[in-house]
Each structure stands twice: as structure tokens, then as C-alpha cells.
Ligand binder design. Structure first.
Ligand code: URA
Length: 200
């Protein structure tokens, strides 16, 4: 059994949070175990909860289009979320849910060892760009534990706000060249985790 399949089993048995009671399925993540790029979104929505797969609703269809713009598809990258269960009524993830779920994401990163982590939206950005605001850091990269982290808006934000479409598409188009230069991105000194989830 692959390390990821084993991990998915552990995630499916996790009941640390209240929201585990209402889930249809856990949504651990999917993609290539040796992916160079790992995308990290926020939390499963209704469609993801039904299917147990990340980004399969409208935001996911748009993510597929963004990937195609740089000749990528789901089989070549890895896609995960900050939390693995759907929050009721699609509310924002709670700090306790994020911290309970962190160990799963850390294990995924450890197994995949991507060259680039592309954060999608504020919640995953807050983990790798602590204290920063997405309007300032989107389209920029910094190293975290030797992995190049690249901040992007969430595809759903671009679906709801037309003006962000161009921005997210331009940011996606920078990914291939970042991949070739990932080694040269400077390492930042780790700062204490500081969540800044409320500034868009
Ligand atoms: N939004 C996310 O952040 N993740 C999903 O899997 C779907 C929508």
C-alpha cells in the first residue's frame, strides 16, 4: 500500500472535530505522489464532500482550466485542502479544525516533497506566509522548510469577482518559470505562526 493510501485510511478514521459527524466522506486530497507542484485550498464544499475528491465543484472546474493554461492536469500535480472535512453550510474553517488537521497536511507534504506549494486562498496562505495579506503576496514566492511556497488567490474568489480572474490567471502563468527557478527562491527566517485570515 502506498504511503498516501495508508494516510487516506487514517484520515478517514479521524473524528477529532465535531464536523466529522456530519461528513459524507473525508476529502484527503488527490494527485501524483511525486508531484512537483502541490496546490492547497481551503476546505471541501458540498460536491467534494459527496465525492471524497478535492475541487470537483465550480471552483474545481475553474482550477482545471487554470491548470490547462500551463499544460498541467490533475494527474501531474497534487491537490489538497487545509482541512479534510466539509464545514457546515460552507462556513470558514475554525482555528481548532485547522490545527487538528495540520498533521495530515504535514504528512502529505512530507510524502510528496513538492518543489512548490501553491496556496489557494487566505487559509493556506496563512500557514506558509504568516502575517501577510493575500492582496500583497499573491504572485510571490518564498521558501518554507526548503520548499518554495507561492501564493495565489482562491479560484472561487476569481469566480465571484471578475477583476480577480486576470490576476489569478497571470499568477498561474508564472508557475512554470518558478518551477525552473524554485531552487533560487530565498529561505525566510521562520516566524511564529500568526494567522491573518481576515484581510482579503
Ligand atoms: N474549495 C476548496 O478550497 N477546496 C475544495 O476542495 C473545493 C472548493
Amino acid at each position: 500500500m502506498s504511503a498516501l493510501t495508508e494516510l487516506y485510511g487514517e484520515i478517514a478514521r479521524c473524528h477529532l472535530c465535531e464536523i466529522a459527524k456530519n461528513r459524507t466522506r473525508t476529502v484527503p486530497g488527490e494527485g501524483a505522489e511525486d508531484a512537483d507542484i502541490m496546490f492547497i485550498g481551503e476546505a471541501p464544499g458540498w460536491h467534494e464532500d459527496q465525492q471524497g475528491r478535492p475541487f470537483v465543484g465550480p471552483a474545481g472546474k475553474y482550477l482545471d482550466e487554470l491548470l490547462a493554461m500551463v499544460s498541467l492536469d490533475r494527474t501531474k500535480v497534487y491537490i489538497a485542502n487545509v482541512i479534510k472535512c466539509r464545514p457546515p453550510s460552507n462556513r470558514d474553517p475554525l482555528p481548532t479544525e485547522i490545527s487538528n488537521c495540520r498533521k495530515w497536511l504535514d504528512r502529505q507534504i512530507e510524502i510528496i516533497r513538492p518543489s512548490i506549494i501553491a496556496t489557494l486562498g487566505r487559509y493556506s496562505m496563512a500557514m506558509f506566509f504568516p502575517g501577510k495579506s493575500i492582496s500583497k503576496v499573491h504572485g510571490t514566492a518564498q521558501k518554507w522548510n526548503s520548499i518554495t511556497c507561492y501564493a495565489m488567490y482562491h479560484p472561487a474568489a476569481a469566480l465571484h469577482q471578475q477583476s480577480l480572474r486576470r490576476t489569478i490567471e497571470e499568477d498561474m502563468l508564472r508557475l512554470p518559470s518558478l518551477l525552473t527557478q524554485a531552487e533560487t527562491v530565498p529561505e525566510v527566517k521562520p516566524e511564529p505562526q500568526q494567522l491573518n485570515l481576515f484581510e482579503v
